[in-house]
Design a protein around this ligand. Sequence first.
Ligand code: KG4
Ligand code: ZN
Length: 341
Amino acid sequence: MRGGREILSSVISSQIDLHAPFGGVVPELASREHLSKIEPVVKEALERASIGLKELDAIAVTQGPGLIGSLLVGVCYAKALAFALDKPFIGVNHIEGHVYSVAFENPPIVYPALALIVSGGHTNLFFIPEEGKYKVVARTRDDAAGEAFDKVAKMLALGYPGGPVVEKLALEGDAGKIKFPVAKISDGRPDFSFSGLKTAVARYVRENNIQPVLQNESVSQEIKDLCAGFQTTVIKSLIGTMGKLSREMQPETLIVAGGVACNMALRAAAQELAEKLQIPVYFPSKHLSTDNAAMIAAAGTFHLKRGEHSPLTMTADVSMRLQNFEVEDAELKRKKVRYRL
Ligand code: KG4
Ligand code: ZN
């Protein structure tokens, strides 16, 4: 990546086929696969970019949050490279990476911005008053949005990851047939909750005796309607909250990124909101929505420009947070607000 906005090469080694038989990521398999793939992936990225290791200005790596084994493979490899080459080393928050995934194919961001980062591991809405400053204004209390898609797909034996297949079936379903309510948090915070929705879908499946889809069997209209009803509720929750907070916080730009941002119905709803607010909304293209290294390099460039390097004693941080402005931890503790993620 050059200059923060230009991708010279992007190589992604997908582990989807490896984890699909288990219906979710198996941490031990993930880190072993990382270990065997990291070197060939780095080599290929340099080759495709026609760049030698010595020509790099700095090396950025995901520090956290995430699975410890996978994070450690990346951190140790990047550290060794930075040490051997004597180049700046920069640990990047994975979620900040997702924010920067919109840097490549969109105009420069005008701040303040409101960013919805939705993936299999996180669902956060950030207020970003200026580049590099983040306040979490809403987050999930339990499951991440992508996790809910994955769990619903697993219930119905639709395959892994759940998001793309649920989206495809929802296209042929009627969202008005099977309706689910949007969860409201009793303490009035604008947080999200998707575990109740997952349970409501499971109850519907049980009470209506819906059978998991067997291989090669066609999917019933009822399952398509169920997918449409579920997806609509997730989108209503995400975009409804984004709209409410936009009216309060008056951002100049909306950002929607993370794996779930691949979902075209979510994009359409965000686009509609942006038009109502008369501000732009930026999405990453699909291959930059799910996890990738280009977004980490883009966030790393921002820190490099500010002279923010990590020491070689830096290590992976599984629960790393992205919040450096108006942190409300003490207040949340006092009010006994609990978050799972
Ligand atoms: O960002 P990502 O690649 O990895 C994490 O950091 O979690 O996101 C993966 C998640 C999975 O839960 C997957 O089901 C979801 O993104 N996803 C989608 C779609 N494509 C991927 N969710 C809804 N609709 C999609 N089209
Ligand atoms: Zn991610």
